[in-house]
Design a binder for this molecule. Structure first.
Ligand code: KE4
Length: 428
């Protein structure tokens, strides 16, 4: 496969941009090759600058649940752009998207739009501290909540992929206010609460984690976490930047039947344009300025173009009562194909799935937390990644990421992917 134009562009990019990329995980560092430079994408397909075509399972890391360049979304953005790209003032579309999110996620009584998942989690953390008057937060090893200082400890996603220690530049005092528990281990949370009585403002969790690869929280664990936070007056924050509108119409809160006090969103809510959001209980959210003293702001928050993309993305789901069943059927067809390949080849690698999110771990262990995720053979993953790429399948370039299926993935796409999966596994 010729990828020479991508490599030329990568060489030029490295002169101007740190690592040649605007986000580390795109650098393909852990899979030992130059990153691809993408020229276009449509539906389930993505095309690099050398003219190679791939079936895309990154989907811009989650937003593209309808596939790329969905006509309805693109046409709406084009129309909106005619009326200017930003007003720096309120528009009706902000209300429309807020109402839509509340329709999908009943636990959201109020919501504030921002421009990324990172902004959403940073803001939710400040709000929880303002609401409780407490300073510490608990997160879980392997979860990733964006690049806010307080979250860059034992984080997943690109931090895990690059094997970075806790990031330089984060002050000791900031790091000291972040406590790490073990995913799916309620005792590890209880210990931290006992050690820091009355000091913990919030618990952040990806209820369906995507940033250590796809790992689901156990229902009993999540319920105990909910009960513990209620009993201790700790704000329970579900980071649904990835799982929101992805694992179910109402995200993980619908899937588990457990409500968070605050929820953060990103990705799908913006349909590929920069949108993040945080929302939840009215008694907490109304502390946000200007209705309350907790400050948070953003020049492009609620931007009419981004709101348009988010509105059309959610409306297209809302208007199809079979959306998640149809998507789920396509996913099960894919997963069955992968499972039969593993059985035929007598391989016991672990396939974790949740709705249209999945990760094939190159480990024979059950992957239920960050430690078990790290038993994966990342060298095998890198070889698998490159074989799949050579066979026309574009996966996240990291063992510690999730793959995403869209409604644009056809049966033919899945058949082709299952064949490529078998060929690639046979090479290992
Ligand atoms: P952003 O700031 O990248 O929009 O969102 C941060 C974030 C917060 N919470 C969760 C659960 C997330 O998954 C993310 C971002 N996800 C990564 C993919 N693992 C973004 C990809 C990247 O960093 O380039």
């Amino acid at each position: 496969m010729n990828t020479s134009k991508s490599s030329e562009l990568f060489a030029e990019a490295q002169k101007h941009i740190p690592g040649g990329v605007n986000s580390p995980v795109r650098a393909f560092r852990s899979v030992g090759r130059d990153p691809l430079y993408i020229a276009s994408a449509k539906g389930s397909k993505i095309y690099d600058v050398d003219g190679n075509e791939f079936i895309d399972y990154i989907g811009s890391w989650g937003p593209m649940i309808h596939g790329h360049a969905n006509e309805r979304i693109i046409n709406a953005i084009k129309d909106a752009a005619e009326n200017s790209t930003s007003f720096g003032a309120s528009s009706e579309k902000e209300i429309v998207l807020a109402q839509l999110v509340k329709k999908f996620v009943p636990a959201i009584e109020m919501i504030r739009m921002v421009n990324s998942g990172t902004e959403a989690t940073m803001s939710a953390m400040r709000l929880a501290r303002g609401f409780t008057g407490r300073e510490k937060i608990i997160k879980f090893e392997g979860c990733y909540h964006g690049h806010g200082d307080s979250f860059l400890s034992k984080a997943g996603s690109g931090v895990a992929t690059l094997g970075l220690p806790d990031s330089p530049g984060v002050t000791r005092s900031t790091a000291a206010d972040t406590l790490n528990a073990k995913f799916n281990d309620i005792a590890s949370v209880e210990v931290l609460i006992e050690q820091h009585p009355g000091s913990i403002a919030a618990v952040f969790i990806e209820p369906v984690a995507g940033n250590m690869g796809c790992v689901m929280a156990g229902k009993a664990f999540l319920q105990k976490l909910r009960d513990l936070c209620t009993a201790e007056g700790i704000v329970l924050i579900f980071d649904e930047v990835m799982s929101g509108f992805r694992v179910a119409r109402g995200g993980a809160q619908e899937l588990y039947g457990i409500n968070a006090d605050l929820t953060t969103f990103g990705k799908i809510i913006g349909g590929g344009l920069p949108v993040g959001a945080y929302g939840g209980r009215r008694d907490i959210m109304q502390l946000i300025a200007p209705s309350g003293p907790v400050y948070q702001a953003g020049t492009l928050s609620g931007n009419p173009l981004a709101m348009t993309a988010g509105i059309e993305t959610l409306l297209a789901i809302d208007e199809d009562p079979d959306f998640y069943r149809t998507l789920g059927d396509a996913c099960e067809y894919l997963y069955d194909g992968f499972r039969s390949n593993l059985a035929d080849l007598k391989l016991d690698y672990t396939l974790n799935t949740c709705g249209s999110m999945f990760t094939l771990f190159f480990s024979s262990e059950a992957v239920t937390d960050f430690d078990s995720a790290k038993t994966s053979n990342t060298a095998k993953f890198a070889a698998y990644f490159n074989h799949m790429l050579e066979n026309g399948i574009y996966l996240p370039p990291s063992q510690f990421e999730a793959c995403f299926v869209s409604t644009a993935h056809t049966r033919e796409d899945v058949d082709e992917t299952v064949v490529a999966n078998r060929i690639s596994l046979e090479f290992l």
